[in-house]
Design a protein around this ligand. Sequence first.
Ligand SMILES: [Mn+2]
Length: 258
Amino acid sequence: MEPEKGWFFIADAHLSEADELRQQMLVRFLEENRDRMACLVILGDLFDFWFGFPGYLDPAYRPLCDVLTSLSRDGVRIIYLEGNHDFSMGEFFTETLQGKVCPGDHVLELNGYRVFLSHGDNIDPGDFRYRFYRGLLKSRSVYTLIRLFGPGRTRKVKNFFNRREWMHRRKEHSAGVRPDEAFARKKFEEGMDVVILGHIHHPCEKTFVLHGRTCYYFNVGDWIEHFSYLWYHPRSGFRLEYYRQESLVSPEKGQGLS
Ligand SMILES: [Mn+2]
C-alpha cells in the first residue's frame, strides 16, 4: 500500500558550517519521512546565512542540498518562505529544486483551509527600526554588493550581519497578548483559517474561535533546541510533532539566534 503523503512544515535550523550534527539530523529526518512527504514547506532561516550565488553551492551544506535535490526529483514540492537570514535563495532553490520561493508572505489553499504562511520576523507594525533595517538589507543594492564580494567572502559578510543586534531580535513580551498571536488573530479576521509562522524558535499551537469559526495558529519552532515540525494530512489534520533521534541529539542550547 502507498504510504500516506502529507505536508511538512519546518523552520529555523540556522545551520552553519560548524553544525554538522544538526545538519545530519535534519537529513535523517527528511530521509525517514520521504515516503510521507508530498510537500515540504520551509518557513525560513534554514541556514544561518544563505545567499544563492549563481553556479555555487557551499560545500558545507552539501548533505542537506543533496537530500533536498533527491526529494524534489521524487516529486516532493518545495516551498521556501524567506527568513531574516536568507538573502537570495537563488537558482539552487528555483531551478535545481524547482521550488517556489516567497520573499514575503504566501497564502495557499489546503483541503479547504485558507493557510497563511510567513517566516514571522516582520509582523510587528510598531517596530519601525527593525522594518527599516530589514528593508535596507533586503534591497537590490545590498544584493549587488554581496554578489560582488562573491562566495569566497560570505563568512565575512555573514559575521558582519550577525554582529548586528537587531538581526537577532526576538522581542520579549512579558505582559499582554503576544505579537505573533495578535498577528494571527488579525489574519483570521481577514479570512484566514490557519496561520503558520516560524522565527520565535518556540513551537506552539493555539486554537481561536472567531464568530463561530475555528482557526488555528501554529509556530513550527526550531531545529536548534526543539527539533519540531508541523505535519498535515487531510485525515489527521495539523499536528505539531518533535523529531527524536537520540543517538544524534547534541546538547547545543540557547544559541540566541532568531
Ligand atoms: Mn528568523
